[in-house]
Design a protein around this ligand. Structure first.
Ligand SMILES: Nc1ncnc2c1ncn2[C@@H]1O[C@H](COP(=O)(O)OP(=O)(O)O)[C@@H](O)[C@H]1O
Ligand SMILES: [Mg+2]
Length: 250
């Protein structure tokens, strides 16, 4: 099983959108996977149509009160979801003892059922303790990055974070950026990609995710783009991203 965190410390850059739609694209390509909603807001769960997510999820697993299997829900063919759970916000605030030890999650993830090919984690935006646990545990990180000034300004700090965790792990943290919300009309995809890729050569996906209101609509309705508009540009963006990541070894 390969583990991937969808990470960016900034909110609203598309982490949850990427998790839900990349996850479904991989599942539709025949790869069973588990998604973990690691954000106390529960956004991934609602994006997948669970408007009242169960009160128990990854929180109980972190507290060693439940196994991953016990809190895992089947949401689509080949897509399992582990919701955040009510206590995740307390854990994020450091109100629960024991979670400072960053290796706990790594140990827990090794218990995921072996029929799952991928485990993809939707990171929270402002929860250092949770993010530390995640970045110490996963094989790789996928970083959605906005193709604007804000995106390029945020890049040095993100690279520092990756470097910091690579050191803490004692083994490099593989990372890949994927550009999100690229305007389609202006045919900016190539320009934006080349401008940004110089900032971290070799670490940008060729695939980009274009700006699309259909992604917003789908998310609001609790559906993935494959359920909302299977023949859209956005659906093909995510299919391409999934196949690029699979070729690379996620
Ligand atoms: N490519 C895109 N085009 C248009 N809207 C997008 C795109 N990606 C994300 N969004 C929207 O931006 C908002 C923030 O996205 P989200 O995935 O929740 O970000 P994060 O998880 O990083 O906070 C949501 O309303 C989402 O629908
Ligand atoms: Mg989110």
């Amino acid at each position: 099983m390969q583990t991937l965190a969808v990470f960016n410390p900034h909110p609203n850059v598309g982490k949850t959108t990427v998790c839900a739609n990349l996850g479904h694209a991989l599942a539709l390509a025949g790869h069973p996977l588990t998604l973990i909603d690691f954000d106390p807001t529960g956004d991934l769960s609602t994006s997948l149509g669970l408007f009242r997510p169960p009160s128990q999820g990854i929180d109980q697993v972190l507290l060693e009160q439940a196994t991953l299997e016990a809190v895992s829900i089947s949401t689509r063919d080949e897509v399992h979801l582990i919701p955040a759970g009510k206590q995740l916000s307390e854990i994020a605030e450091g109100a629960v003892a024991g979670m400072g030890k960053g290796m706990l999650l790594q140990r827990l993830l090794s218990a995921v059922s072996s029929d799952q090919e991928f485990l993809i984690i939707d990171c929270p935006s402002n929860a250092d303790l949770l993010v530390a646990n995640i970045l110490l545990a996963v094989d790789r990180v996928l970083i959605p990055l906005l193709g604007d000034q804000e995106g390029s300004d945020s890049l040095p700090h993100i690279l520092q974070t990756i470097e910091k965790f690579s050191k803490a792990r004692g083994r490099p943290l593989d990372y890949q950026f994927v550009m999100n919300r690229i305007p389609v009309r202006r045919r900016l995809t190539g320009v934006a990609a080349s401008k940004f890729s110089g900032l971290a050569p070799g670490h940008f996906c060729k695939s980009v995710i274009c700006q699309s209101e259909q992604l917003v609509e789908a998310q609001k309705m609790g559906r993935t783009i494959f359920e909302f508009r299977a023949n859209s540009r956005s659906a093909s963006d995510f299919t391409q991203l999934a196949s690029e990541l699979m070729q690379r070894g996620i």
